[in-house]
Write a protein of this length. Structure first.
Lengths: 194, 578
């Protein structure tokens, strides 16, 4: 038994199953983070005082640049597959994963600094929402790195047997990765700058 | 497709029946598990009803087995009553009805009705079931935690739930599993419906059941994540000591609570009801879908107003996202917000009424077959009607004030869900049973089950309106015995409890019928009900891959009693005559 439209798009919808699936998944993710951003707004307008400039803006700026670069390398890895250049794909995908690591390491330094100085979730609602939102985002980064790592390593065998499907998979993984990037683009100003 | 048929015979027992990727096996797994949970959730209620009818008296039969920390000498403790209440609601909604309506019926029937070989993502489908199973086990395990299961109601309102016993943490983790499962399921359902429809099966030729599942999946997809967010926040409160839902200056048993404060209990209510109101339509839409199929089939007529039903279902889906705060009129959110939500609430009743009216009119002039599934489907209409109409006073902010949190509310939503949705689910089981097994369920037992359940359901829930209008609050351990205003209506408690236990007895013929008919039921051919939709165009039971030839659709879903045609039904896959 074969499920149709896993490789070729269905003519009348113009979509493969996986592409539609990931867009729906992302819609659901928008609702998840949307609920957290709404909670942030509600907590903040109800707060008597709200701390300003307690987070490390330069580090977060570096992290923003790191994540945006990783989105670019992600697109490059997919583009390399479209141009049938598997070696370049490996290079770009590897870089994407590395940049993910860099992001997490910087985040780790930020976290440990806050924890050392007692700025933990029980200190104030601000740090509670900070840790919750960036923590959940961090989990999404880790999830994306696991997926990307699979497609860089064992999953890349599919390039030999079914290159078109493999290219589709990288595109879908890329959509998710860009979403994770986008969430950070919102988190950065909301938590660090405003 | 045919070429690959042979390989499924080589699947071992585990791959074929336990970790199966076949939507039909997964559907049956969902069905079996959720029916067990329904029975369990109902049993919790039957135990609670003893305490309500005869407060402070030892529970007969099982009382001595419950343990000293739940019911010393068989007398139920208030703490245990709260656990039963919270878990009854949680289990019925999240582990019973939704998995049965969506997981079981959606999984089994929907791919067949759209002529698909399977779901779009069979592995995700398998995962969805097992994550649901894990969530269920997690929920059940909370009963043996220190302090027992979650006891803050199925709504888990903070601040109480934030400082409740560890059972609440387990409840939250269980919910995260269930939400993940429903996310995997809903993505799969939508992709399957959009991508795997058979050739010629345009959206306006979809059976109404598929439409209902389609809208339901969108609700699950978009409404559940905010509850997941809320669950994460509450877990943070409970485990990391944050104060998302804890306001400043909270005093618990005379001691100021040692937290940073600054949180908002209202925030939880907003996030919770943002899920839980669409959830109501998750409960009711698949039921409407099942009833629509059965009514068209048993009146031998096309559904009246199919298109308006479809548009109504879509509109219902949209509107269900902007009515949630009608659960919160008593929180003091302000009259402007209340007015907005009462207006949207009145508007959302319109599409429900359109669907219900269309189903009623569909009966007009039909030559109705009063089979067991049809009886359940017919009873659904007035029962859901009562549930819906009694909701109107609750949706208006002025009349909600005296009725809020009384038994009136309990009566209202149980009419929607119990003799409403559950009747539709029974109807569906009797209707599709021949497709699963090749045999029909016994009609006599089915009718005993139906008439008994119908009478008992009304005996339980109709008095709740009387009790509620007298002002008796819900969630009272003694059923209101200590309140003066409850005295005139207190005698109804024993009556309702008798109704509940008798209802339990009337489920026995159903359980017996379900197993007995697998081997001994009357043999049924491929299409025993002479139905038109594609689910009946497969062999019985459908093999892995479903269809022997790739189906093609030529006509609308309900071509019954077409004038001049030799049979009174024309299947969707029958080509037009030249």
């Amino acid at each position: 038994m074969e499920i149709p439209y896993t490789v070729k798009a269905r003519p009348d919808t113009g979509l493969t199953n996986a592409k539609l699936g990931v867009w729906l998944f992302l819609a659901s993710e928008v609702m998840l983070f949307g609920a957290l951003f709404s909670s942030y707004i509600l907590l903040r307008i109800n707060a008597v005082e709200w701390p300003h400039h307690v987070l490390d803006v330069p580090l977060a700026t570096v992290n923003t640049a790191v994540l945006i670069s990783s989105s670019i390398t992600m697109v490059m890895s997919w583009a390399s597959l479209m141009m049938k250049d598997f070696k370049k794909y490996k290079l770009y995908m590897g870089t994407t994963i590395l940049l993910g690591f860099v992001f997490l390491i910087i985040k780790f330094f930020e976290y440990s600094h806050h924890i050392e100085t007692g700025e933990i979730p029980s200190k104030s609602t601000f740090f509670a929402i900070y840790f919750t939102m960036t923590g959940l985002h961090g989990l999404h980064v880790i999830g994306g790195m696991i997926v990307n790592g699979y497609f860089w390593g064992p999953g890349s065998k599919m390039w030999k047997t079914d290159p078109e499907r493999f290219t589709n998979r990288i595109e879908v993984a890329g959509l998710y990765w860009h979403f994770v990037d986008l969430v950070w683009i919102f988190l950065f100003p909301v938590l660090y700058l405003l | 497709m045919e070429g690959n048929h042979s390989h499924e015979h080589h699947l071992g027992f585990w791959r074929k029946y336990v970790f199966s990727q076949d939507h039909k096996v997964i559907g049956i797994q969902y069905g079996f598990t959720s029916l067990l949970f329904l029975l369990f959730g109902f049993t919790l209620m039957m135990v609670m009803r003893w305490q309500l009818a005869y407060p402070g008296q030892p529970i007969p039969l099982i009382g001595q087995w419950l343990g000293e920390d739940r019911a010393p000498q068989g007398i139920m403790l208030p703490e245990f009553y709260n656990q039963l209440g919270a878990m009854h609601g949680t289990i019925m909604v999240f582990l019973g009805i939704v998995p049965l309506a969506v997981g079981a019926f959606g999984n089994y029937v929907m791919p067949l009705q759209i002529g698909a070989p399977d779901m779009a993502f069979p592995k995700l489908n398998m995962m969805s079931y097992w994550v649901y199973f894990l969530g269920g086990v997690t929920m059940l395990s909370s009963f043996v935690m220190p302090g027992g299961a979650a006891n803050s109601g199925w709504t888990s309102y903070p601040p109480l739930s934030d400082i409740a016993t560890i059972g609440q943490t387990v409840w939250l983790i269980g919910m995260v599993f269930l939400i993940t499962s429903s996310l995997l399921g809903s993505v799969n359902f939508i992709v399957t419906i959009v991508q795997l429809r058979a050739k010629g099966l345009t959206f306006m030729r979809l059976p109404f059941f598929v439409w209902a599942q389609f809208v339901t999946s969108f609700l699950l997809l978009l409404a559940f994540p905010p509850l997941e967010a809320a669950g994460v926040l509450q877990l943070m409160d409970r485990l990391a000591g944050s104060s998302f839902f804890l306001p400043s200056g909270l005093v618990v048993t005379g001691q100021p609570l040692n937290v940073s404060g600054g949180g908002s209990p209202l925030l939880w209510q907003h996030l919770f009801w943002f899920l839980a109101h669409p959830e109501v339509y998750v409960l009711i839409l698949p039921a409407m879908g099942i009833v629509a199929e059965i009514i068209a089939n048993n009146t031998r007529k096309p559904l009246w107003g199919y298109k308006s039903m479809v548009y109504a279902a879509i509109f219902l889906g949209f509107m269900s996202f902007i009515v949630w705060a009608h659960h919160m009129f008593m929180t003091g959110m302000g009259t402007i917000i209340s007015t907005f939500f009462q207006t949207t609430t009145m508007i959302i009743s319109i599409p429900s009424i359109i669907i219900l009216t269309a189903l009623f009119i569909s009966l007009w002039g039909g030559s109705i077959r009063f089979t067991t599934p049809m009886l359940f489907a017919l009873a659904f209409l007035p029962m859901f009607g009562i549930g819906g109409l009694t909701g109107l006073p609750l949706g208006l902010s002025a009349t909600d004030i005296p009725l809020h949190d009384t038994y009136y509310v309990i009566g209202h939503f149980h009419y929607v869900v119990a003799p409403g949705t559950i009747f539709a689910l029974f109807a569906g089981i009797y209707h599709w049973f021949p497709k699963l097994t090749g045999r029909k369920m016994n009609e006599v037992l089915g009718k005993i089950h139906f008439f008994g359940s119908l009478v008992c359901m009304n005996c339980i829930f109709m008095p709740m309106f009387i009790v509620g209008l007298a002002g008796v609050s819900r969630r009272l351990w003694d059923g209101g015995a200590q309140y003066a205003h409850a005295q005139p209506v207190l005698h109804w408690n024993a009556f309702m409890s008798m109704g509940a236990w008798t209802l339990g007895l009337f489920q026995l013929p159903f359980i017996f019928n379900l197993f007995w008919s697998i081997k001994k039921g009357k043999k049924a051919a491929e299409n025993p009900w002479h139905a038109t939709t594609l689910d009946w165009a497969t062999p019985t039971p459908p093999p892995h891959g479903n269809f022997t030839t790739v189906p093609q659709v030529y006509r609308p879903p309900y071509e019954y009693s077409v004038p001049g045609h030799k049979t009174d039904f024309i299947p969707q896959n029958q080509p037009m005559e030249a």
